[in-house]
Design a protein around this ligand. Structure first.
Ligand code: MN
Length: 242
């Protein structure tokens, strides 16, 4: 693993762990937040993609990845910074913003969610990923869903069933594995989420995530996406947060 990848993985992981035990830790130790906030000017920043833009070919094409990261994700970061600038929200952690998002302007919900979701999404994919989970996560998936294939079907249905733009999630909710979906850039960390918990796997089903290569065929995008899932990372998130 490259050093940059290791740092991103470690920080994201630590941040999620910190969030899961929010009341027990010093918020200043929230490292997910530190990866996203410049220490120079207090603004959120676009984290580097942990692999090259063409690394997920042929399942996700280079042009889609480049636009998705440099245009879409960057826009969420820029608009989040604009939305919090000069308000009492400036200086708060991203997790803090999300867990109190019902009290924030819709721009914070959309762009704060967009920033968190995409940072998470890049990290739970990798080149030469796919296969199946192992160890404790595999056991938990089997006992919750009956089999890995049943889990994939449940997740596929959640991703296909999300009308319009949104996300499908595998999350830990009160210690249990649950599949859910959210509209737009909402996520299970938000206080307004129908199903709340800690995401350990997520799939962007906005058309911008697949339209260039798959056009209207969201089903093909979902089926192919399993080939780039970083199960090592999903497993680590599971073990850290269960
Ligand atoms: Mn997206």
């Amino acid at each position: 693993m490259k050093r940059r990848d290791f740092i991103l993985n470690s920080l994201l992981l630590t941040g999620l762990t910190t969030f899961s035990s929010f009341s027990k830790v010093n918020v200043n130790n929230n490292l997910l937040d530190k990866t996203m906030r410049s220490t120079m000017n207090g603004k959120f920043e676009l984290p580097p993609l942990p692999y090259p833009y063409d690394a997920l070919e042929p399942y996700i094409d280079k042009w889609t990845m480049e636009l998705h990261h440099t245009k879409h994700h960057q826009a969420y970061v820029n608009n989040l910074n604009k939305a919090i600038e000069g308000t009492e929200m400036a200086g708060k952690s991203l997790e803090d913003l999300l867990k109190n998002v019902s009290k924030a302007p819709v721009a914070v919900r959309n762009n704060g969610g967009g920033h968190w979701n995409h940072t998470f999404f890049w990290n739970i994919m990798k080149p030469n990923g796919g296969g199946a989970p192992s160890g404790e996560l595999a056991n938990a998936i089997n006992s919750t869903f009956g089999s890995f294939e049943n889990f994939k079907k449940t997740f596929f249905d959640a991703a296909m069933g999300r009308f319009g733009s949104g996300w499908a999630w595998l999350l830990l909710s009160n210690g249990k594995l649950v599949v859910a979906s959210t509209p737009n850039q909402d996520n299970p960390l938000m206080d307004i989420a129908e199903v709340k918990g800690i995401p350990i796997l997520g799939l962007d089903v906005w058309e911008h995530a697949y339209y260039l290569k798959y056009q209207n065929r969201r089903n093909e995008y979902i089926e192919n996406w399993w080939n780039v899932v970083n199960w090592d990372e999903v497993s680590r998130l599971f073990l850290q947060n269960k």
